[in-house]
Design a protein around this ligand. Structure first.
Ligand code: GAR
Length: 190
């Protein structure tokens, strides 16, 4: 059995997709903990509904990101992978050094296009005809780590932004759990 910890900041629909996919250790993976950086985030309710323990960390209570991450590290159970699923913070050197090539992030665009906080909106506003979803390793940059998996989403004529958001999320909910399972249970992608 492989063990993961999920980091999320908000609604947590991707956390729920992971929790469903890996429920009761299905696919050889179990979610041992949710780490959330907002005490009122809906993802905390979702974790409770799935019976998955959660920990809320108020980064503002720490003098530095390094101090906050040192605290996070001290709370982490032994695990094989950290999965950022809608976690809206840049990971610092403390966590990166502790988990080399063991932190993955979900991004709602086809990197290296449209990195940052608003990947869906930025792609829509630019007028691209194809956008999509990326799962990548986390490095010191912003959405710049090695790409593990991508899935395109075509922006149809007349498609509204809301419809694109729905389409992107549907692809995310499928791609992220499968990619995590592949990473942990098959040969590492070189
Ligand atoms: C997802 O679309 C994820 O790709 C995005 O936040 C959303 C979280 O949704 N992440 C980023 O933009 C990271 N740069 P969720 O809370 O419903 O899972």
């Amino acid at each position: 059995m492989k063990h993961i910890v999920v980091f999320a900041s908000g609604d947590g629909s991707n956390f729920a997709a992971l929790a469903r996919y890996f429920e009761s250790g299905r696919h050889g993976v179990t979610i041992d903990l949710l780490i959330c950086d907002h005490q009122d985030a809906y993802v905390l309710t979702r974790a409770a509904d799935f019976g998955i323990p959660s920990l809320t960390i108020d980064y503002h209570e720490f003098a530095t990101k390094a101090a906050a991450e040192a605290y996070v590290l001290a709370q982490l159970p032994p695990c094989d992978l950290l999965v950022l699923a809608g976690f809206m913070r840049i990971v610092g050197p403390t966590l990166l050094a502790a988990f080399p090539d063991q932190i993955v992030n979900l991004h709602p665009a086809l990197l290296p296009s449209f990195p940052g906080r608003n990947g869906i909106q930025d792609a829509y506003a630019y007028g691209v005809k194809v956008t999509g979803v990326t799962v990548h390793y986390v490095d010191a940059g912003i959405d710049s780590g090695r790409i593990i998996a991508q899935e395109p989403v075509r922006i149809q004529p007349e498609m509204s932004l809301a419809e694109l958001v729905t389409a992107i999320h549907a692809v995310e909910h499928d791609l992220l759990p499968k990619t995590v399972a592949d990473l942990l249970t098959k040969e590492r992608i070189a």
